[in-house]
Design a binder for this molecule. Structure first.
Ligand SMILES: NC(=O)c1ccc[n+]([C@@H]2O[C@H](COP(=O)([O-])OP(=O)(O)OC[C@H]3O[C@@H](n4cnc5c(N)ncnc54)[C@H](OP(=O)(O)O)[C@@H]3O)[C@@H](O)[C@H]2O)c1
Length: 320
């Protein structure tokens, strides 16, 4: 089967299309004939080598979420899954391929009316956005800032915060056109990447939902209101400075909180329940998924170039 691996960390040129042996489903796993692959910001972060310290090595087969049909089941898996269309989390590898394996606990049947492309745009992001907002204890009436809102995680967070009754949903994004699209999804204020957004923008936030991280994280810590909560959800802009915690200590009298968030810390049953509900909402049109472009799997490097160039609004989907 065709698959895409990281031949060398760094630029998208380091991605290589290879012929690989098709995986076999082990006990508790299913094999999926892939129809759609989500290209997430996490894939770019792994490809750049930002997470090399977490054990990722060159030769890594990228990809963490796919949709497709179950073609084989491993020992202990109910054969009723055979032939069903599912969304699947493949871990942090194995998705950029014509066939992928996933644990049966990490798959979900697609509801009628939900495309594979929509499922891989929402599947991981919607759940992460839901539980990260919960971790930040976002409450009705509060001012929320979504930093890095133009990706699939931010797009989900904006919609969820708005419909949960946030008093303001501000976003950072790099263009007015993106800002207009985010307003359609529920944003009330549009800031540029540096956080400037004109005189109407809130002067402080109760919750900052940060997909970006990087050196500017410090500036956004300063924007928290007293008793404000910062939740770091991603690092598409790199890691923050090593001593960023001193900024919190300096603002001691504001009683600020800083949390990291990973979906891995949420019990699987809770993730699956929220995902199933969000898939049903997306199939009904109550939750929007934004597919930027659909490209062949063999053009994974092009997809990553577009991400690095900041051209992607929503998510690129690859098809084998
Ligand atoms: N915590 C979890 O459980 C979880 C789950 C899934 C993913 N993640 C993490 O979330 C991140 C990916 O999310 P995503 O796919 O939504 O992100 P994404 O699409 O890669 O990026 C989101 C937006 O951030 C802005 N941006 C990119 N680089 C930037 C920079 N250097 N400085 C400022 N803004 C920048 C861009 O928008 P503009 O150009 O409009 O500014 C971009 O569209 C990864 O770090 C991944 O590890 C976490």
């Amino acid at each position: 089967m065709k698959a895409v691996v990281i031949r060398s960390f760094g630029s998208p040129d380091g991605l290589e299309v290879v012929d690989a042996a098709a995986p076999a489903p082990g006990p508790g796993q299913v094999l999926i004939a892939v129809e759609a692959i989500g290209v997430g910001g996490v894939d770019a972060v792994i490809r750049r080598g930002t997470l090399a310290g977490y054990g990722f090595r060159e030769g890594h087969l990228l990809g963490s979420e796919v949709a497709g049909s179950v073609t084989a089941v491993g020992d202990g898996v109910d054969p009723m899954w055979l032939g069903r269309r599912v969304w699947a989390f493949t871990g942090l590898s194995g998705g950029y391929a014509e066939q992928a394996v996933a644990s049966v606990g990490e798959i979900l049947a697609l509801p009628e009316g939900l495309s594979g492309a929509a499922a891989v745009t929402l599947g991981g992001s919607g759940v992460a956005a839901h539980f990260a907002l919960h971790r930040a204890r976002a409450a009705p009436g509060e001012a929320v800032l979504v930093r890095g809102a133009a990706g699939s995680l931010g797009i989900a967070a904006v919609q969820l915060a708005a419909r949960a009754g946030a008093g303001a949903v501000a976003v950072t994004t790099s263009s007015a056109e993106r800002g207009a699209r985010l307003r359609e999804l529920g944003a009330t204020h549009v800031l540029d990447r540096s956080g400037s957004g004109g005189p109407d923008a809130p002067s402080g936030y109760d919750v900052v939902f940060d997909v970006v991280g990087g050196p500017q994280l410090l500036d956004y810590l300063d924007r928290l209101n007293p008793s404000g909560r910062y939740v770091a959800v991603g690092v598409v802009g790199g890691q923050p400075p090593a001593d960023f915690g001193m900024r919190l200590m300096t603002a001691f009298r504001k009683s600020l909180s800083f949390a990291t968030f990973s979906s891995d810390a949420v019990p699987l049953a809770d993730r699956q329940a929220v995902r199933a509900a969000q898939f049903a909402e997306a199939a009904r049109g109550d939750l929007r998924t934004v597919v930027h472009e659909v490209l062949p799997l063999t053009q994974a490097a092009r997809a990553h170039r577009a991400m690095d160039a900041g051209e992607v609004f929503g998510r690129i989907v690859l098809t084998p």
